[in-house]
Design a protein around this ligand. Structure first.
Ligand SMILES: [Zn+2]
Length: 163
């Protein structure tokens, strides 16, 4: 099949791309602009879907990261107070605070790993994270807008043909 040819979706006959109907089976084709517009709409739908998914993913990971770091903070605080209150930390209490400290460190590492997954890097500045998320949401909004515009054009095509 050459570039300006296409296969009839009904019977498989090779016809020129701009043909309005099939010479073999009589199938009427939508105008080429409509076909191209449909393809563009599908492509953009894919993009919007991907951007929405990564935005959701980013939000989810950021929330998990925050929960992790809050728990790490709580554990560190408890360890600190036990050390302050109990003058001579020995035996089971010592083992307990060691476990808590280890857990807190693990949670901190988990939190930074989640954050790196969400934003592609580790950032201690909330503002930077917000900017990155906002950028993604702007891209998503722009893609959605372009999509609805294309859909309208496509509707006009179908409407114009029918009426
Ligand atoms: Zn045909």
């Amino acid at each position: 099949m050459v570039e300006n040819e296409k296969a009839c979706p009904n019977c498989g006959e090779i016809v020129i791309k701009t043909a309005r109907f099939c010479p073999r089976c009589g199938q009427v084709y939508p105008p080429i602009e409509q076909v191209e517009l449909t393809l563009k709409v599908e492509e953009l739908e894919q993009t919007v879907h991907q951007k929405r998914e990564s935005s959701d993913r980013m939000t989810r990971l950021a929330e998990q990261s925050r929960t992790s770091s809050v728990w790490a903070f709580v554990l560190f605080a408890v360890v600190f107070f036990i050390i302050i209150l109990v003058k001579h930390v020995t035996g089971p209490v010592f083992i307990l605070i060691c476990c808590m400290a280890v857990a807190a460190i693990i949670l901190l590492f988990r939190s930074s790993a989640l954050e790196r997954k969400a934003y592609g890097k580790l950032s201690f500045f909330r503002r930077e994270q917000q900017l990155q998320r906002k950028q993604l949401e702007d891209e998503l909004a722009a893609a959605e807008e372009a999509l609805s515009e294309l859909r309208q054009q496509l509707d006009q095509f179908s409407g114009g043909q029918g009426g």
